[in-house]
Design a protein around this ligand. Structure first.
Ligand code: TXA
Ligand code: MG
Length: 315
Protein backbone atom coordinates (compact mmCIF):
# COMPACT_ATOMS: atom_id res chain seq x y z
CA UNK A 1 0.00 0.00 0.00
CA UNK A 2 1.20 3.49 -0.77
CA UNK A 3 2.29 5.41 2.32
CA UNK A 4 1.16 8.76 0.89
CA UNK A 5 -1.33 10.63 3.06
CA UNK A 6 -3.28 13.79 2.43
CA UNK A 7 -1.76 16.47 4.69
CA UNK A 8 -4.85 17.34 6.72
CA UNK A 9 -4.48 18.25 10.39
CA UNK A 10 -5.30 14.75 11.58
CA UNK A 11 -2.60 13.20 9.40
CA UNK A 12 -0.10 15.90 10.35
CA UNK A 13 -0.70 14.97 13.99
CA UNK A 14 -0.08 11.30 13.16
CA UNK A 15 3.09 12.31 11.35
CA UNK A 16 4.19 14.30 14.41
CA UNK A 17 3.79 11.16 16.55
CA UNK A 18 6.05 9.32 14.11
CA UNK A 19 8.68 12.07 14.40
CA UNK A 20 8.47 12.02 18.22
CA UNK A 21 8.94 8.25 18.17
CA UNK A 22 12.09 8.42 16.06
CA UNK A 23 10.51 7.65 12.67
CA UNK A 24 10.85 9.32 9.28
CA UNK A 25 8.28 11.57 7.60
CA UNK A 26 8.59 13.11 4.15
CA UNK A 27 7.17 16.62 4.21
CA UNK A 28 6.56 19.24 1.56
CA UNK A 29 8.42 22.54 1.78
CA UNK A 30 8.27 25.44 -0.65
CA UNK A 31 11.51 24.26 -2.32
CA UNK A 32 11.50 20.44 -2.44
CA UNK A 33 10.15 17.60 -0.28
CA UNK A 34 12.31 16.90 2.76
CA UNK A 35 12.99 13.58 4.51
CA UNK A 36 12.43 14.53 8.13
CA UNK A 37 13.47 13.24 11.55
CA UNK A 38 13.75 14.68 15.06
CA UNK A 39 16.94 16.77 15.15
CA UNK A 40 17.69 15.63 18.71
CA UNK A 41 17.35 11.89 17.98
CA UNK A 42 20.67 10.70 16.50
CA UNK A 43 19.34 7.22 15.69
CA UNK A 44 16.47 8.74 13.72
CA UNK A 45 18.95 11.03 11.96
CA UNK A 46 21.13 8.01 11.16
CA UNK A 47 18.14 6.36 9.51
CA UNK A 48 17.84 9.37 7.15
CA UNK A 49 21.29 8.53 5.79
CA UNK A 50 20.43 4.84 5.70
CA UNK A 51 17.24 5.38 3.71
CA UNK A 52 18.85 7.83 1.27
CA UNK A 53 21.73 5.45 0.77
CA UNK A 54 24.22 8.28 1.18
CA UNK A 55 27.77 6.94 1.20
CA UNK A 56 28.87 9.76 3.52
CA UNK A 57 27.53 11.90 6.32
CA UNK A 58 27.16 15.54 5.42
CA UNK A 59 25.59 18.04 7.75
CA UNK A 60 21.81 18.37 7.49
CA UNK A 61 19.56 21.42 7.57
CA UNK A 62 17.38 21.64 10.64
CA UNK A 63 13.98 23.16 10.02
CA UNK A 64 12.34 25.35 12.66
CA UNK A 65 8.91 26.96 12.91
CA UNK A 66 9.73 29.96 15.04
CA UNK A 67 12.51 32.55 14.81
CA UNK A 68 12.83 32.71 18.57
CA UNK A 69 13.86 29.07 18.61
CA UNK A 70 17.14 29.90 16.88
CA UNK A 71 18.87 31.07 20.03
CA UNK A 72 18.15 27.73 21.71
CA UNK A 73 20.93 26.06 19.78
CA UNK A 74 22.74 28.58 17.66
CA UNK A 75 24.77 31.69 18.36
CA UNK A 76 22.94 34.66 16.97
CA UNK A 77 23.82 38.30 16.46
CA UNK A 78 22.11 41.34 14.98
CA UNK A 79 22.93 40.38 11.40
CA UNK A 80 21.56 36.85 11.83
CA UNK A 81 18.35 38.11 13.42
CA UNK A 82 17.86 40.83 10.81
CA UNK A 83 18.25 38.30 7.98
CA UNK A 84 15.93 35.82 9.71
CA UNK A 85 13.25 38.47 10.20
CA UNK A 86 13.58 39.62 6.61
CA UNK A 87 13.60 36.25 4.82
CA UNK A 88 11.96 33.67 7.11
CA UNK A 89 9.89 31.76 6.52
CA UNK A 90 11.55 31.37 3.14
CA UNK A 91 14.08 29.56 0.95
CA UNK A 92 17.28 30.64 2.66
CA UNK A 93 19.39 28.58 5.04
CA UNK A 94 21.93 29.92 7.52
CA UNK A 95 25.08 28.18 8.71
CA UNK A 96 25.59 29.38 12.30
CA UNK A 97 27.91 28.59 15.19
CA UNK A 98 26.46 26.05 17.59
CA UNK A 99 25.56 27.39 20.99
CA UNK A 100 26.87 24.41 22.90
CA UNK A 101 28.35 21.01 22.27
CA UNK A 102 25.17 18.96 22.76
CA UNK A 103 26.31 15.52 21.52
CA UNK A 104 22.74 14.73 20.43
CA UNK A 105 23.33 17.18 17.56
CA UNK A 106 26.69 15.78 16.47
CA UNK A 107 25.38 13.62 13.64
CA UNK A 108 23.08 16.35 12.27
CA UNK A 109 26.09 18.69 12.33
CA UNK A 110 28.51 15.98 11.09
CA UNK A 111 30.70 16.77 14.08
CA UNK A 112 31.22 20.38 12.97
CA UNK A 113 30.99 23.38 15.25
CA UNK A 114 28.22 24.79 13.07
CA UNK A 115 24.51 24.16 12.79
CA UNK A 116 22.55 24.79 9.60
CA UNK A 117 19.02 26.12 9.98
CA UNK A 118 16.06 27.35 7.99
CA UNK A 119 12.37 28.13 8.46
CA UNK A 120 10.46 26.74 5.46
CA UNK A 121 7.66 28.81 3.96
CA UNK A 122 5.10 26.04 3.84
CA UNK A 123 2.09 25.69 6.15
CA UNK A 124 2.32 21.88 6.27
CA UNK A 125 6.01 21.81 7.17
CA UNK A 126 5.48 24.53 9.80
CA UNK A 127 2.51 22.68 11.31
CA UNK A 128 4.42 19.40 11.41
CA UNK A 129 7.37 21.03 13.20
CA UNK A 130 4.99 22.69 15.65
CA UNK A 131 3.06 19.47 16.38
CA UNK A 132 6.32 17.53 16.74
CA UNK A 133 7.61 20.00 19.31
CA UNK A 134 11.13 19.72 17.89
CA UNK A 135 13.10 21.02 14.93
CA UNK A 136 13.13 18.60 12.01
CA UNK A 137 16.34 17.56 10.25
CA UNK A 138 15.68 17.08 6.55
CA UNK A 139 17.70 16.66 3.39
CA UNK A 140 15.81 16.31 0.11
CA UNK A 141 13.58 13.23 0.19
CA UNK A 142 15.19 11.23 -2.59
CA UNK A 143 17.76 8.47 -2.89
CA UNK A 144 21.32 9.74 -3.09
CA UNK A 145 22.29 10.79 -6.60
CA UNK A 146 18.75 11.19 -7.95
CA UNK A 147 16.72 14.30 -8.82
CA UNK A 148 15.17 16.36 -6.00
CA UNK A 149 11.50 15.50 -5.40
CA UNK A 150 8.85 18.17 -5.86
CA UNK A 151 5.76 15.95 -5.44
CA UNK A 152 4.73 13.26 -2.96
CA UNK A 153 4.75 10.75 -5.83
CA UNK A 154 8.41 11.55 -6.61
CA UNK A 155 9.24 10.72 -2.98
CA UNK A 156 7.31 7.48 -3.20
CA UNK A 157 9.02 6.50 -6.46
CA UNK A 158 12.45 7.13 -4.97
CA UNK A 159 12.08 5.86 -1.39
CA UNK A 160 8.87 3.79 -1.36
CA UNK A 161 7.98 2.33 2.01
CA UNK A 162 11.37 3.05 3.58
CA UNK A 163 9.71 6.26 4.81
CA UNK A 164 7.11 5.80 7.57
CA UNK A 165 4.79 8.40 6.07
CA UNK A 166 4.73 10.78 3.12
CA UNK A 167 2.60 13.90 3.68
CA UNK A 168 1.10 15.00 0.39
CA UNK A 169 0.97 18.77 0.10
CA UNK A 170 0.85 18.97 -3.69
CA UNK A 171 3.69 20.25 -5.86
CA UNK A 172 6.43 22.44 -4.38
CA UNK A 173 6.24 26.02 -5.65
CA UNK A 174 9.93 26.85 -5.92
CA UNK A 175 11.43 23.54 -7.03
CA UNK A 176 14.96 24.84 -6.44
CA UNK A 177 16.73 24.18 -3.13
CA UNK A 178 17.27 26.96 -0.64
CA UNK A 179 20.12 29.45 -0.82
CA UNK A 180 22.75 28.56 1.79
CA UNK A 181 24.76 31.32 3.43
CA UNK A 182 27.49 30.92 6.02
CA UNK A 183 27.11 33.56 8.74
CA UNK A 184 29.73 32.19 11.14
CA UNK A 185 32.50 34.60 10.21
CA UNK A 186 32.98 38.30 9.67
CA UNK A 187 32.16 38.03 5.95
CA UNK A 188 29.02 36.36 4.71
CA UNK A 189 29.82 33.45 2.39
CA UNK A 190 27.42 32.01 -0.18
CA UNK A 191 27.68 28.20 -0.08
CA UNK A 192 24.81 27.36 -2.42
CA UNK A 193 23.02 29.71 -4.78
CA UNK A 194 19.23 29.59 -4.71
CA UNK A 195 16.11 31.69 -5.01
CA UNK A 196 17.39 34.48 -2.79
CA UNK A 197 20.33 35.95 -4.65
CA UNK A 198 23.74 37.24 -3.61
CA UNK A 199 22.81 40.70 -4.95
CA UNK A 200 19.62 40.79 -2.90
CA UNK A 201 21.52 39.85 0.24
CA UNK A 202 24.18 42.47 -0.44
CA UNK A 203 21.58 45.15 -0.93
CA UNK A 204 19.72 44.25 2.26
CA UNK A 205 22.81 44.03 4.49
CA UNK A 206 25.03 46.62 2.80
CA UNK A 207 27.82 44.07 3.01
CA UNK A 208 29.70 42.11 0.40
CA UNK A 209 28.81 38.41 0.05
CA UNK A 210 31.77 36.18 -0.79
CA UNK A 211 31.37 33.04 -2.88
CA UNK A 212 32.71 29.82 -1.42
CA UNK A 213 35.09 27.66 -3.34
CA UNK A 214 33.80 24.89 -1.04
CA UNK A 215 30.26 25.17 -2.31
CA UNK A 216 28.57 21.86 -1.46
CA UNK A 217 26.82 21.56 -4.79
CA UNK A 218 29.70 22.42 -7.12
CA UNK A 219 31.29 19.43 -8.84
CA UNK A 220 33.85 18.04 -6.45
CA UNK A 221 37.45 18.58 -7.37
CA UNK A 222 40.52 18.33 -5.13
CA UNK A 223 40.53 21.16 -2.64
CA UNK A 224 36.78 21.62 -2.91
CA UNK A 225 35.82 19.15 -0.25
CA UNK A 226 33.43 20.28 2.45
CA UNK A 227 35.39 20.85 5.64
CA UNK A 228 34.98 17.90 7.94
CA UNK A 229 35.49 16.87 11.49
CA UNK A 230 38.75 15.25 12.58
CA UNK A 231 40.02 14.78 16.14
CA UNK A 232 43.13 16.68 17.22
CA UNK A 233 44.84 13.45 18.35
CA UNK A 234 45.72 10.77 15.77
CA UNK A 235 42.97 8.29 14.90
CA UNK A 236 43.72 4.86 13.42
CA UNK A 237 41.04 2.68 11.84
CA UNK A 238 40.78 -1.10 11.43
CA UNK A 239 42.70 -1.78 14.67
CA UNK A 240 41.30 -4.63 16.62
CA UNK A 241 43.19 -3.77 19.78
CA UNK A 242 45.14 -0.92 21.36
CA UNK A 243 48.73 -0.77 20.10
CA UNK A 244 50.19 1.97 22.31
CA UNK A 245 49.78 3.36 25.81
CA UNK A 246 47.13 5.94 26.56
CA UNK A 247 45.19 4.99 23.49
CA UNK A 248 41.39 5.10 23.43
CA UNK A 249 39.75 2.08 21.85
CA UNK A 250 36.45 2.64 20.07
CA UNK A 251 34.75 -0.73 19.68
CA UNK A 252 31.86 -2.35 17.88
CA UNK A 253 30.12 -5.48 19.14
CA UNK A 254 30.56 -7.26 22.47
CA UNK A 255 34.13 -6.38 23.58
CA UNK A 256 36.20 -4.49 26.13
CA UNK A 257 36.81 -0.92 24.97
CA UNK A 258 36.54 2.71 26.07
CA UNK A 259 33.62 3.65 23.84
CA UNK A 260 31.35 1.08 22.21
CA UNK A 261 29.63 2.26 19.03
CA UNK A 262 27.10 -0.56 19.33
CA UNK A 263 27.33 -3.66 21.52
CA UNK A 264 24.71 -5.36 19.33
CA UNK A 265 26.49 -4.44 16.06
CA UNK A 266 23.65 -2.17 15.01
CA UNK A 267 25.09 0.13 12.34
CA UNK A 268 22.37 2.72 12.89
CA UNK A 269 23.29 2.96 16.55
CA UNK A 270 26.97 3.10 15.59
CA UNK A 271 26.31 5.98 13.19
CA UNK A 272 24.34 7.78 15.88
CA UNK A 273 27.30 7.52 18.29
CA UNK A 274 30.20 8.01 15.89
CA UNK A 275 30.92 11.75 16.09
CA UNK A 276 30.03 12.05 19.76
CA UNK A 277 32.49 9.25 20.68
CA UNK A 278 35.33 10.54 18.51
CA UNK A 279 34.89 13.94 20.17
CA UNK A 280 34.63 12.47 23.68
CA UNK A 281 37.85 10.47 23.23
CA UNK A 282 39.60 13.49 21.72
CA UNK A 283 38.59 15.85 24.50
CA UNK A 284 38.90 13.62 27.55
CA UNK A 285 42.54 14.55 28.06
CA UNK A 286 43.34 10.94 28.98
CA UNK A 287 44.36 9.74 25.55
CA UNK A 288 47.11 10.53 23.05
CA UNK A 289 45.55 8.61 20.18
CA UNK A 290 42.42 6.71 19.14
CA UNK A 291 42.13 3.23 17.66
CA UNK A 292 38.86 2.17 16.04
CA UNK A 293 37.99 -1.46 15.29
CA UNK A 294 36.92 -2.55 11.80
CA UNK A 295 33.39 -1.64 10.88
CA UNK A 296 31.58 -3.77 8.27
CA UNK A 297 31.57 -1.92 4.98
CA UNK A 298 27.94 -2.28 4.03
CA UNK A 299 24.81 -0.15 4.52
CA UNK A 300 25.57 2.69 6.92
CA UNK A 301 29.01 1.13 7.48
CA UNK A 302 30.10 2.69 4.17
CA UNK A 303 29.34 6.18 5.49
CA UNK A 304 30.95 5.37 8.84
CA UNK A 305 34.13 4.14 7.15
CA UNK A 306 34.16 7.20 4.89
CA UNK A 307 34.14 9.44 7.96
CA UNK A 308 36.75 7.38 9.79
CA UNK A 309 39.00 7.57 6.72
CA UNK A 310 38.71 11.35 6.64
CA UNK A 311 39.31 11.58 10.38
CA UNK A 312 42.23 9.19 10.38
CA UNK A 313 45.85 9.99 10.86
CA UNK A 314 48.03 10.54 7.84
CA UNK A 315 51.74 11.07 8.19
O1 TXA B 1 15.62 23.64 0.07
C1 TXA B 1 16.30 22.98 0.85
O2 TXA B 1 17.25 23.47 1.46
C2 TXA B 1 15.91 21.50 1.05
C3 TXA B 1 14.61 21.46 1.81
C4 TXA B 1 14.19 20.04 2.15
O3 TXA B 1 14.69 22.25 2.99
N1 TXA B 1 16.93 20.79 1.77
C5 TXA B 1 18.15 20.48 1.23
O4 TXA B 1 18.95 19.70 2.05
O5 TXA B 1 18.48 20.84 0.16
P1 TXA B 1 20.23 18.91 1.50
O6 TXA B 1 20.72 18.09 2.67
O7 TXA B 1 19.89 18.18 0.26
O8 TXA B 1 21.28 20.02 1.21
C6 TXA B 1 21.93 20.71 2.27
C7 TXA B 1 23.32 21.10 1.83
C8 TXA B 1 24.26 19.91 1.71
O9 TXA B 1 24.96 20.01 0.51
C9 TXA B 1 25.19 20.10 2.90
O10 TXA B 1 26.47 19.58 2.66
C10 TXA B 1 25.20 21.59 3.07
O11 TXA B 1 23.88 21.96 2.82
N2 TXA B 1 25.53 22.00 4.44
C11 TXA B 1 24.78 21.78 5.53
N3 TXA B 1 25.41 22.23 6.64
C12 TXA B 1 26.57 22.76 6.23
C13 TXA B 1 27.67 23.38 6.89
N4 TXA B 1 27.67 23.53 8.22
N5 TXA B 1 28.69 23.82 6.16
C14 TXA B 1 28.69 23.66 4.82
N6 TXA B 1 27.69 23.07 4.12
C15 TXA B 1 26.66 22.63 4.81
MG1 MG C 1 19.89 16.28 -1.62
Amino acid sequence: MKNIFDANLENIKKAAEIIKNGGLVAMPTETVYGLGADVFNPKAVASIFEVKGRPSFNPLISHIDNIDYLKEYAQTDERVMALAKKYWPGPITFVLNRKDDNPALDLVCAGLKTITVRMPNHPIALELIKQSGTPIAAPSANASGTISPTTAMHVYESLGNKVDMILDGGACKVGVKSTIIDLTGKDMVLLRPGGITKEELEEFTNEKVLISTHSPDLPKSPGQMLSHYAPAIPLYMNKNERFEDNQALIGFGEMECDYNLSKTKDLREAAANLFAYMKAADKSGKFKSIAVVSIPNDGLGVAINDRLTRASYKK
